[in-house]
Design a protein around this ligand. Structure first.
Ligand code: ZN
Length: 1037
């Protein structure tokens, strides 16, 4: 971006002067630094240029073109400078003097193809000369749309419809949107990137004829409205000159009554978004995608007021300051739509959690909203209801019934169980997102208003208007919330997208990705533009600061079908008789440079997400499966960790180096195992593997002696039919010695790197810790073992590991695995953190005082940061400001922890869905199972054959209640005359319950032991899977 050939460097032209008055004048701010390293305070207005400088995509391109052009023009005196000076308080309390240089130009194109007046000013014109006739009954001639800020902000869903094309987005509007909503801003950018949409960004603020100065007494809103009208007027005149016969028009779309009136007075055709969309008679389906925004006096149906008013933000802030109200995150209950908790922000231990009960107290808050609550007086406090209540009301506002239900919640309870109880008085921040779910079609014939039931049970049902109810029934759809008026039982929303048929594999995958917030769109052009150009080869420059290790006998060992190979290993004997072991990790940070669009996107994604039959990459495929993947027989860049060890696995030396390797073999675990075991094989690769395997066993033994835990989880793997991709078999993952061999060296490399980066950067090393669980977490494990006459000690990780090792039963070999599965459930989550923000680094599960992630940079962003830190530490790469900013690093960790958690949930949901498909095709089966937990009215069992966990309920609606006695101390559950303990072996019948289309699930019933009236027969033919009443089971925890 150096404006080559244009005479002047653009940076010299558009540099604003930022002056910190506390320091000497410093005019040397680099406006066009290296990609992504900008750190300029965000200002509106003139900074648009700055933003362009570090922006990606079309803005950047536009800028490149314009800046060079401006350079040329300036030599001819073709531009005009406006400058403005003002003072601004900085966050640190200082005062900053900002001089805005604002260049006006006359070479900005209108974007319409075939415009002779603008000629070459716009390369690749965006707007079509003959915009396809959209058959608007309001404006029959061809036209472009020019929406104002609020229309873009609130009606983005309808604008995204493929039917809407040829739209002019003014710079004024884009800046306002950017300031108000980052997600909408991104969606607009995506549309301007999409050539089929013909969205054109017009830089009206820098156009000589469309720039307007703020008038005295005019606020900036009014000024911007005027700027929009001026641009619309200019366009109409400009286009008149260009196409007399075409009669092209530009139509202002605004929902602001005053603005629209003024526009019409000034001769600009203007409509509200609703008027315009409704005039498109050929596309009636677009109406569904309109957000229904409450205008004054236009609330849908007057009706009576149900909810109390939300207080304005200023009042809420006052109240929070004075302690009258508490601020917190609203968490709706999954099981009871009339109940929620608010997690109060801050450190007041007493009032951490406030319970809310009843529609009026929930007062229109939606899950994840930041709300202000008022505590109710103590005599109104309630206890959590532990009742399962689903909102199954009809399409009506039947509040009386609701109140009746609320009374059920308030059953008499022990005073000790009462919790601080409150009500929502206002919303501080909405956290709405588009929701996946299904339409519950109204019973009223011809009705356009229907209720939408989100898949996430914590989200209330949403009322939408649609004419396509019949088409949308039985489909997964996306709906966005527009608002929740005081007189409406449900929030109002609008239809956004039809994802496809319920139960369809692709549709369900899309749903689970959306619901777990997994970014999964194709990588944008801007991101892809930072990939290396193909054909790629290693250049001399790449070899700088890099060791050539291509002669080493390196190989990789992975699961079958692995295409993103992060790691490779070697082991050889040195002349001094010691062993040299190398772990070589893909050098992803060589390709992903800090701050560019590729880096930002990878950081946002945080991790690759593995679903049963799909992988959502963190980095584009060219890197993940090719250039970074350490495949055999090609030269690949690596980051190597090399140890000199004794034959007894004592580390004598550790060193790190960037390298180039040439792997000699990509093996599967089974292949590697076979080589190790085969006496006939003695080639270099095999010798190397044997050496690694021998050392790994010693390392593992030593690690376990120190107290590292070896826990179990029943991991399931599906065998997919290679043609239909249906799961045909379900198997628990088999572990070989070689799995453990690779794992051992990865752990060792991670620990070595963690030590090194922490040594070098004590304040901003990215590390990973695993906190020890609080003792109470272990209660369930200790009790369960005790009921089998075994003692589990949990004082330290070492004690736990030892007692798990001792816990063996000759007559019950699976017991040990069960104990380890249960122990896993007692653990805390491991998390990434910044070393400067925390004191406790300990990794409990690995019994290591320090740990990090270095070995999987293709699929984990944390590893990329660790690579960058390590590269700086050994002088192989340079640093950048964000890398050494501990607050930035802490923010990054927060996102990574969130993404990893979501990836895990998405993966589980994918396994659950495929398990359902499997049992759908398999029909009803009976299998052996073990009890993992006993509950008040159910047992949770594990079926080892399928690695499947499920709940067997003992209370069913419309059936006589069995005699249940639950003992929390043992724990045990007595049903009639049979007592169930944890780890008892039972036999269960498994089938798919499809009675609730939205939430299909695996259902389990008890076969053995036989309890009259409870157990079902092992005969698998005579059961009615779809018996609708069976879905309404109650789980009381
Ligand atoms: Zn033009």
């Amino acid at each position: 971006m150096d404006g080559k050939g244009s005479g002047l460097r653009p940076s010299a032209r558009f540099r604003p002067i930022l002056t910190d008055l506390r320091r000497p004048v410093n005019g040397s701010l680099e406006v066009f630094p290296q990609e992504g390293y900008t750190n300029i305070p965000e200002e509106e207005g003139a900074n648009f240029w700055l933003k362009c400088g570090c922006a990606t995509g079309p803005e950047r391109d536009t800028f490149r073109r314009k800046s060079t052009k401006a350079g040329r023009d300036s030599e001819q005196g073709g531009e005009m400078l406006k400058s403005k000076t003002f003072l601004k308080k900085t966050r640190a309390g200082g005062v900053m003097k900002i001089v805005r240089e604002h260049y006006l130009r006359d070479d900005i194109g209108c974007g319409a193809s075939g415009c002779a007046a603008c000629g070459g000013a716009h390369e690749g014109p965006v707007l079509e000369l003959q915009p396809l006739d959209r058959a608007s009954s309001l404006c029959p001639q061809p036209h472009y749309l020019l929406p104002d800020t609020n229309v873009l902000l609130h009606q983005i869903d309808v604008l995204e419809d493929p039917a809407i094309r040829n739209v002019i987005v003014l710079q004024t509007v884009l800046q306002e949107v950017r300031n108000r909503s980052a997600p909408v801003y991104k969606r607009i950018r995506d549309m301007t990137n999409n050539q089929e949409k013909h969205f054109y960004t017009f830089t009206n603020e820098h156009h000589r004829e469309t720039y307007v100065e703020q008038l005295q007494g005019e606020n900036s809103n009014d000024r911007n409205d005027r700027a929009i009208r001026v641009a619309a007027k200019w366009y109409n005149e400009h286009l008149k000159d260009m196409s007399a016969e075409n009669q092209l028009q530009v139509i202002l779309i605004t929902n602001d009554r005053k603005n629209k009136e003024k526009a019409i007075e000034e001769g600009i055709p203007a409509f509200t978004c609703e008027e315009y969309i409704k005039s498109l008679t050929a596309n009636p389906e677009l109406i569904d995608r309109l957000a229904c925004l409450a205008e004054e006096g236009n609330e849908i149906e007057s009706g009576k007021t149900i909810f109390s008013e939300h207080l304005p933000l200023s009042k809420l802030q006052q109240g929070i300051k004075s302690g009258t109200y508490l601020q917190g995150t609203f968490r709706a209950s999954r099981e009871n739509y009339l109940e929620a908790t608010v997690w109060v922000h801050g450190d007041d231990e007493d009032n951490k959690e406030i319970i809310l009960q009843g529609l009026k107290n929930l007062n229109r808050a939606i899950h994840e909203d930041i709300v202000a609550v008022e505590l109710l007086p103590k005599h109104q406090w309630v206890a959590p209801s532990s009742v399962v209540l689903q909102d199954e009301g009809q399409n009506e506002d039947d509040i009386e019934k609701e109140e009746e239900r609320e009374r059920i919640l308030k059953t008499a309870v022990n005073e000790k169980m009462l919790k601080p109880t409150g009500r929502v008085v206002g919303i501080i921040k909405r956290n709405w997102r588009p929701y996946c779910g299904m339409l519950s079609k109204s019973d009223i014939k011809e009705s356009r208003r229907h209720l939408f039931t989100p898949a996430d049970k914590r989200i209330p049902r949403i009322r939408i208007e649609t004419r396509q109810a019949s088409t949308l029934e039985g489909r997964r759809i996306i709906v966005a919330v527009d608002g929740w008026p005081r007189n409406s039982r449900y929030p109002n929303g609008h239809f956004v997208k039809n994802l496809g048929e319920v139960g369809d594999k692709e549709t369900e995958t899309e749903v689970l990705l959306l619901e777990h917030d997994v970014p999964h769109q194709a990588f944008s052009q801007a991101v892809l533009s930072f990939l290396p150009k193909m054909p790629w080869s290693i250049t001399e420059k790449d070899m700088k600061n890099r060791e050539d290790l291509r002669h080493l006998c390196v190989c990789s060992v992975d699961p079958p079908g692995c295409t993103d190979i992060d790691d490779a290993l070697h082991c050889r004997e040195l002349e001094n008789g010691n062993l040299e072991v190398g772990v070589h990790i893909a050098d992803v940070s060589h390709f992903i440079r800090p701050g560019n669009a590729l880096d930002q996107e990878s950081a946002r994604r945080g991790t690759t997400v593995y679903l049963c039959e799909k992988r959502i990459d963190m980095v584009p495929e060219l890197l993940s499966s090719n250039l970074c993947s350490l495949r055999s027989n090609v030269d690949r860049l690596a980051f190597s960790c090399i140890w000199e060890m004794t034959h007894n696995a004592e580390i004598l030396k550790t060193r790190f180096t960037k390298s180039v390797i040439n792997s000699k073999a990509s093996l599967t675990y089974a292949e590697a195992q076979m080589r190790i075991d085969s006496a006939a094989m003695n080639d270099n690769i095999t010798t190397s593997l044997r050496g690694l395997n021998k050392l790994a066993k010693i390392l593992k033994k030593r690690r376990i002696e120190k107290g590292a835990l070896t826990l179990s989880s029943p991991e399931v793997r599906f065998h997919m039919d290679s043609e239909t991709h249906d799961p045909i078999d379900l198997q628990t993952k088999e572990l070989r010695e070689t799995n453990s061999m690779v794992e051992e060296f990865m752990l060792l490399a991670n620990i070595s790197v963690a030590k090194k980066i922490h040594e070098e950067f004590s304040e901003h090393a990215l590390l990973r810790k695993h906190p020890a669980p609080p003792p109470s977490n272990y209660e369930i494990l200790v009790k369960a073992a005790k009921s089998k006459n075994l003692e589990i000690k949990t004082d330290t990780a070492k004690a736990l590991a030892d007692s798990l090792d001792r816990a063996d039963s000759p007559i019950f070999p699976y017991l040990n695995t069960l104990l380890r599965i249960l122990a896993t459930r007692c653990m805390m989550q491991a998390v990434y953190f910044c070393s400067g923000m925390d004191n406790d680094f300990h990794h409990y599960g690995l019994a290591s005082p320090i740990y990090t992630h270095f070995t999987s940079p293709i699929r984990r962003y944390a590893d990329i940061i660790v690579h960058r830190l390590l590269a700086v530490a050994i002088g192989a790469d340079c640093t950048y400001p964000e890398l050494t900013d501990k607050h930035k690093l802490a923010d990054l960790c927060k996102n990574l922890n969130f993404r990893h958690k979501m990836a895990q949930y998405a993966q589980r949901a994918s396994v659950a869905f495929h398990t359902q498909l499997f049992f759908k095709s398999k029909g009803i089966v009976s299998e052996e199972a073990y009890i993992l937990f006993v509950r008040k009215n159910a047992i949770v069992v594990l079926i080892p054959k399928y690695g499947l966990e499920g709940t067997v309920f003992f209370e069913e609606k419309d059936k006589p209640k069995p005699r249940l006695i639950y003992d929390d101390e043992i724990p045990s559950l007595k049903i009639e005359d049979t007592v169930f303990h944890v780890f008892d072996k039972v036999k269960v019948k498994i089938m798919l319950d499809s009675s609730n289309l939205q939430h299909q699930k695996i259902r389990m019933s008890l076969v053995e032991p036989q309890i009259p009236g409870i157990s079902v027969s092992a005969d698998t033919s005579n059961m009615d899977i779809n018996e609708p009443e069976r879905k309404k089971k109650k789980l009381q925890k």
